[in-house]
Design a protein around this ligand. Structure first.
Ligand code: AKG
Ligand code: FE2
Length: 365
């Protein structure tokens, strides 16, 4: 039976009931489940089941984490740099972070998403504050997404505050697990950025001053309940990430797809690895040498999925512009300078409607 945009999602599954309850909540606009049904031609052609690829480059970074030897480090930097140019995506293994750090963060996040909607809503963001709990994607988006999220600024006091809003008594373990995770990600983010700059032949410390633990790095915990019609909707629709780089942990279910030469490739889940992708900001700094590539998350009808995305971002006052050494008469700066705060705001309001928000900052020829 062909599915049209007016077809209704079955409302008897727990996931549909969940979103029906969410959508009827008095704090949100009233929408029906058809808001999740993407128009034909814009839907995923498939649900995520089983079609994974191992093609995304995999890089063992242990040598660079430990190396005192510059040659060894340079070899890892070259591999990462090649993947960032050709794919915009790569997998890192042997990163040295303890596996239980991710499982602790995941366990706490699962407890959070299992709460009743009214409890989760205590941590809800607002139109002026994007951080906190949200469901079904931004209301300004073209269509809704089959997705719940807990979005936070990576600073311990902020995380603690968020956890306390929901669990005044039990917040401790949650905020510790999430703070340990984001602290480790901040360190890893800087190490990866240094390798990516080294791979471009630029001073690897060139941008370090723009990053701090109290900067504007953020983390988004994505939870995708099972969906009765995974072929007509998205967990997250196609998008690029705005920041410098994203470090993603996905559970064993799978659903992340990366766009490669116009085709969608399912990224195979693999324990103890992270998927790293270049964001818009690093595309600008690298003067388009590194690619901020489109990706999306599909849902499936049988298993809930979780991913933790860490967005490594500069401080708000950082001026982002192509690095001088990467521009020349032959390769002039592709973008005008802008502050990260400016782009964060611009992307926040435009990304749900246009795919390449960063093009707005291109130098007009
Ligand atoms: O869940 C995923 O695999 C993708 C998440 C993602 O792209 C994001 O949070 O920006
Ligand atoms: Fe993303």
């Amino acid at each position: 039976m062909p599915i049209t945009t007016r077809s209704t999602m079955p409302s008897s599954t727990p996931a549909a009931e969940f979103f029906a309850a969410y959508l009827q909540d008095s704090v949100t606009q009233k929408l029906d489940l058809n808001a999740f049904v993407w128009p034909e031609g814009l839907r995923p052609e498939t649900s995520s089941g089983g079609q994974f690829s191992n093609d995304v480059p995999e890089i063992d970074i242990s040598a660079a984490m430990l190396a005192k030897n510059e040659g060894v480090r340079a070899a890892v930097a070259a591999k990462i740099s090649k993947a960032a140019k050709e794919w915009g995506f790569f997998r890192i293994v042997n990163h040295g972070l303890p596996p239980d750090m991710m499982s602790r963060a995941e366990r706490q996040a699962h407890k959070f998403f299992a709460l009743q909607l009214d409890q989760k809503m205590r941590a809800a963001g607002s139109s002026s504050n994007p951080f906190g709990y949200a469901a079904a994607g931004p209301s300004r988006a073209i269509m809704r997404s089959w997705h719940e999220t807990l979005y936070m600024l990576c600073n311990h006091a902020r995380i603690d505050n968020l956890a306390n809003k929901v669990w005044p008594v039990l917040a401790f373990h949650c905020s510790m697990a999430l703070s340990d995770y984001t602290t480790a990600m901040n360190k890893l983010g800087l190490q990866l950025l240094e390798l990516l700059l080294q791979g471009l032949g630029v001073d690897r410390n060139k941008l370090t001053r723009h990053y701090s633990v109290e900067g504007s790095s953020s983390a988004r915990i994505n939870f995708y309940p099972p969906c009765p019609k995974p072929d007509v909707t998205f967990g997250l629709p196609p998008h690029t990430d705005s920041g410098t780089l994203t470090i993603l942990h996905q559970d064993a279910v799978g659903g992340l797809q990366v766009c490669r030469n116009g085709k969608w490739i399912g990224v195979q889940p693999k324990p103890n690895s992270f998927i790293v992708n270049i964001g818009d900001c690093l595309q600008v700094w690298s003067n388009n040498i590194y690619k901020s590539v489109e990706h999306r998350a599909l849902v499936n009808s049988s298993r809930a999925r979780m991913s933790l995305a860490f967005f490594y971002n500069p401080t708000d006052d950082t001026i982002v512009a192509p690095i001088k050494e990467l521009t020349s008469a032959k390769t002039p700066a592709v973008y005008k300078p802008f502050s990260w705060a400016e782009y964060r705001l611009y992307a926040g309001t435009h990304k749900s409607k246009v795919l390449n928000a960063i093009d707005h900052f291109k130098v007009r020829q």
